[in-house]
Design a protein around this ligand. Sequence first.
Ligand code: COA
Ligand code: AMP
Length: 632
Amino acid sequence: MKDFEYFTNMASEDPEGFWATRAEALDWFRKWDRILDETSTPIPTWFEGGRINATWNCVDRHVASGHGEQTAIRFESPFTNCSRTLTYAELLDRVSKLAGALSKRGITVGDRVLIYMPNSPEAIIAMLACARIGAIHSVVFGGFAAAELAVRIDDCEPNAILTASCGIEGKKILPYQPIIEDALNLARYTPNFVVFWQREEQPANLSGQPKHNAAVIDWNAAIEDADPVDCVPVDSTHPLYILYTSGTTGQPKGVVRDTGGYLTALAWTMNAVYDCPSEATFWAASDVGWVVGHSYMGYGPLLARCTTIIFEGKPVGTPDAGIFWRTIAQHKVRTFFTAPTAIRAIRQADPEASFLKDVDLSHLKIIFLAGERTDPDTLEWLAEKVGVPVIDHWWQTETGWPICANPSGIELLPVKAGSTGPALPGWHVCCLDDRGEEVAREDTGALAIRLPLPPGAAPTLWNAADRYHQAYLSRFEGYYQSGDAGFIDEGGYVHVMGRTDDVINVAGHRLSSSAIEEILAKHDAVADCAVIGVADQLKGELPHGFVVLKAGEPREAAVLKSELVAAVRKQIGPVASFKTVHIVQRLPKTRSGKILRRTMRQIADGQPVSIPATIEDPRVLDDYYQLYAAVC
Ligand code: COA
Ligand code: AMP
């Protein structure tokens, strides 16, 4: 642990010196005045006064230094049977022209641009085009329905939307035009224009008369018609993007990401954590709509001048459980990153890993997993079958990059299944009790991070600095509250065990149980409801709903259940994977009316049940024991 300790001590004893050295790896138009501004609110900010541009650092500087012919992006879409590559020079051409098309229509520094696109090079081009001209992008995951899109439109008030004519999910073609139109009809705010990237599987109708007032534009025509524009230097603290994530209420939180600090942290992690040097191939099998997609499908690998793979497919069924291994072999992937759910799906379909027999994975050095807890069994199976280290690492949309990991590029530490490794330099992870006191090693508590947070961590929430303070800084003074519980072992490794709030994690996707409850509660038959995350062998957790019907409700239970499932799918989207609703007589509550979700979860998961002394009527639980009798 010698080398790692050296870095950790340096970052902790002299954080400003440590991060200033890391920032030197980037091109700055103007150097910063102050490295760390402790006076800034709600949390300290990095590299105040510096001027930088993300796209310049991800694309232009590589072309300028003679690497234009290197492959920047490989697109693999088993959904459409399409493979494409883009060199850094081609990427520069597309990005600067799309940026030109946006500028020509008035988009400028600080304007928001919402991106609702499938996993594709075009989504990355869209992000980089915004960054090029200082527009703030906000990517919304394609699995969210119109109502969720509308909430985000109203919150960030985008001047433009960049989208595609359709997404593709296996054999399903999902037209985006109706989703965009519904969202714009629901939203209070209307952008000036919407650009459609036309896909041949289902082009959008661009000549019709939409009900909204936004102009509708064809992506290719806009680009052909535009002159390329140069990168615009922006403040280091300028928001590069807003990424919405689920909180404890139905209203998503717009996590803001600054530019200079984020790029500094990402560039450093590409080597220190992921051990992926320039020219090597990095593959994060995630989606552009999630933070992993932003940090390690887009910005991180491009900053490091790696080749990044964009994959539009599933780990299984497109066409089989060997697709990940064949893609890794074909493109000589060095570092691979995916979610534990994907590995569980592959294992379920191919328990003996027979698809590994015919592939050459000799270039693969290491696999990283994140997004949810990795059960030791899955981690060990994968490490044994593939024969490379498998690293579980912990992070959040808010942090932008990993908090804890095995720092394989500095030194590969012993892997402990069930743990996410030690805190990386810059993150002071502590395990606290309810009073904010540090608990003993191995004891469970709330995982919190002592301030200041390192560069790249979200400095605020969009239009909601107070909410940032309330959600993350108010519980433990001087600390960022992660919302996760766990423990730190004797060796300093952090074990993340689950959320302390009502956020649930479905297939590595973060969802708010309150958002689902709000939809159930609106149904005219429902008097009361609760939603909990129940352990699932494939997706980690699945949301289960419990509804109490209004007295005298005449409709059949099966009809009501399917209406409730359909309502959640329509309003949140298929990504919620909401398929289970139980009609119950009563919800278990305390005498003060608080729903005992933790107790419900314990019963559903077949775990030892702790019943608070304040329960109103313990007999209510009998129904729940019966519902989950098979697991108990
Ligand atoms: N656009 C539209 N719909 C989408 C979508 C998208 N981008 N992504 C998922 N969906 C839909 C799916 O089609 C599915 O719809 P259905 O109910 O009609 O079948 C639903 O949302 C749930 O999708 P998913 O959770 O992906 O389940 P699945 O059964 O299709 O696939 C796995 C199961 C395990 C293969 C899949 O969940 C997976 O690959 N998980 C890994 C997730 C991941 O990489 N997360 C990144 C975190 S770092
Ligand atoms: P998201 O913001 O969508 O990336 O989700 C972040 C949340 O996912 C964290 O707060 C954790 O609850 C969970 N999470 C992410 N990575 C891990 C991990 N390696 N182990 C356990 N939980 C994780």
